[in-house]
Design a protein around this ligand. Sequence first.
Ligand code: SF4
Length: 485
Amino acid sequence: MSDDLSLSEAERGAGIVRCDACPVLCRIRPGRSGACDRYANEDGKLVRVDPLVLLAKPDLARVAFVEGGSTWAGELGKGEGAFLTGPTITGIGATTTYPDYKPAPFIVSSKHDGVDMVTVVTEGIFSYCGVKVKIDTDRYLGPEQAAVRVKGEAVGHVTTAEYGSQMLSLGGVHHLTGGSKKEGVVTCDTLLALCNREAVELTIDGGSTVVVQSNRPPVVNGVAEARMRVGCGSAAIGMFAPQWKDHVDEVIVVDDHITGVLSEHQGGVFLDMKPSGIRVRGRRSTPGRYFQVAEPGLGWGGTDVSDPLDIIDRIDPKQAWPGLKLLMVSTTGEHAAWFELDQELKPRAVEMPAPVRKVVERIAENCEPALCTVLFMAGAGGSLRAGVTENPVRLTRSVRETLTKVTLGGVPAFVWPGGGITLMVDVAGMPEKSFGYVPTPALVAPIEFTLRASDYAALGGYASRTVTLEDVLRDHKVRIDEDRT
Ligand code: SF4
């Protein structure tokens, strides 16, 4: 019978155990698991369902251990590289010690290059977390600030576009806790799937539907994106102007942001190109660089244009001439058309000459594969730090002074300057199924703090709780992650 006095006598008699790893405080019947499926009642004992994950990374004698060899001495890794590349024990499956006035589940000692080190390992419960998504595409996903939805619920918004990529900011405490219960649940599910590198379909108000998956091409309105643009229209002119010069009279690189016009652009002027008299729509920023030549969309260069001639405002008869050769091309080389002006100075589509075709193909060749990147972002401040030290601010200072390295699932985190431990990590490098959830709702993510044993003692760490990796392995189920070799 369980001796947990928070349970009724009948509950204890029925073999029920209580999980206190998060505020939900599940009462779990024998053979069943709790609401998050991470803990279960196994013969009247509360157990973590998933094994503790070790990285198959350094030459740590995991093979010797797993295969029963006798030479391994329980080191976390060998040589200084082990510290530089992260610890080999991760927080995945490590359990939590909520509330965190208790020491973290694993405080593991190791020696690197003669230096005594400590890695504090836990699973953090993050109510303040989200993901930043970078989607390599020029195609218009939706206006900035537009809501991003899953199953009709707002889970985030479109944020400022970057060079060749559209950016989304998803999750965060307002969507997890500040809306309806359904919004919180859907947001949590979305974050969990994205962080575990699953595909999620997102719908953007006033824009497109996009399927996002870490390290995979985005699928915009059912079409998989292949190429990330070579640059903006102006940059493309700068890159390829010398290769075009002997074959064209004018090149217009169509781009929703900055459309480039070769003969006006500094790149063309430098090559002594003659003005063509072809004027494009939009607002001229500087010579040969035009903004807003069309509306954003899914056509040429992220505009709504399907016929590139639509962006030509007029052709000046004082400068243009019959037979003028004009290339129009998009920033990925995906769209391209070749024209010659007839006697009335009207562009007529004709077959593109081979040397011009070759440069168009070179634009495509210089595009990188379009991918989605999912960065998990969270605040590892708050009470989580109390599982590491009795004096939490000292951990923050130690991270700031780079005495403590922060990793998630063994992947080094970027820690933002300023207050707190606000971190970001690319989920693509983390072991499979690194993330879990609790129905509060919040995400559960592994986190490891690695520092010198002497620094750990100085910041008021729970040094007396330190164990060796060998101790951990003797007493726990482990899974060796083979993703990161
Ligand atoms: S939701 Fe999971 S972590 Fe929270 S109390 Fe229930 S079983 Fe434990």
